[in-house]
Design a protein around this ligand. Structure first.
Ligand code: GAR
Length: 227
């Protein structure tokens, strides 16, 4: 558990670039929390899909919004080279994948080692890949959740930093569970950004360290530590 007191002083907000592919409700949770004092600065939002809701949310909040449509590139390395060039222009402290639905190759992951995090809607190591909500329901699980992890070249396989859990209710469908999981993610992901901004969570070595010690197991966000 991350102990939140005493409250550390943050001299400079954490500069983040957000990568997304869709609706952008996670991005909205960052914007909302930033407005109420979360020490982050969203320096750019980049989507690999044109005209998505996440780009509109960025524009509304006056954040530079870019689309780099992967379909316009001949192959993954060329697409990722363009992405790296754009991200590096903003000199972020951290690259935050928030519903970015494109597998990233070794070239990209190595370039941002210790600076690249993702949220995956499952209690990793369960249900890597797609369709996590449906798979959890079909397996008869009683519990679901979401995980924030460091990105490595193994898909959804990097060290897990933090998780949030929720019950699977009788009658839940993939849609209802997706929606309820997102509500939880909107609490979890900004909180992880806070820990990084406050330098309580350090990722630079590739092994997450929390309050000075290597993280042995994921932090479980409890309701009383939200907010
Ligand atoms: C979130 O639920 C996130 O966990 C998931 O995409 C959704 C994005 O929602 N990410 C993945 O599935 C990555 N494998 P949003 O576009 O409303 O922020």
């Amino acid at each position: 558990m991350v102990n939140r007191s005493p409250i550390p002083v943050v001299d400079m907000p954490l500069k983040i670039v957000v990568l997304l592919s869709g609706e952008g409700t996670l991005l909205q949770s960052f914007i909302n929390r930033q407005q109420s004092g979360l020490p982050i600065e969203i320096v750019a939002v980049i989507s690999n899909r044109p005209n998505v809701g996440g780009l509109a949310r960025a524009q509304k909040a006056e954040i530079p919004a870019h689309e780099i449509d992967h379909k316009l590139f001949p192959d993954r390395p060329t697409f990722e080279a363009a992405l790296i060039k754009l991200i590096d222009f903003y000199k972020p402290d951290l690259i935050v994948l928030a519903g970015f639905m494109r597998i990233l190759g070794e070239q990209f992951v190595d370039h941002y080692q210790g600076k690249l995090i993702n949220i995956h809607p499952a209690l990793l190591p369960k249900y890597k890949g797609l369709d996590t909500h449906r798979r959890a329901i079909e397996a008869g699980d009683t519990e679901h959740g979401s995980s924030v992890h460091l990105v490595t070249s193994e898909l959804d396989g990097g060290p897990v930093i933090a998780q949030i859990k929720l019950p699977i209710l009788p009658g839940d469908t993939a849609e209802t569970l997706t929606e309820r999981t997102k509500q939880k993610e909107h609490l979890l992901y900004p909180e992880v950004l806070r820990w990084i901004a406050e330098k309580r969570l350090v990722l630079a070595t590739g092994t997450p360290c929390c309050d000075g010690a290597p993280l042995k197991s994921p932090v479980i966000l409890e309701p009383d530590s939200e907010g």
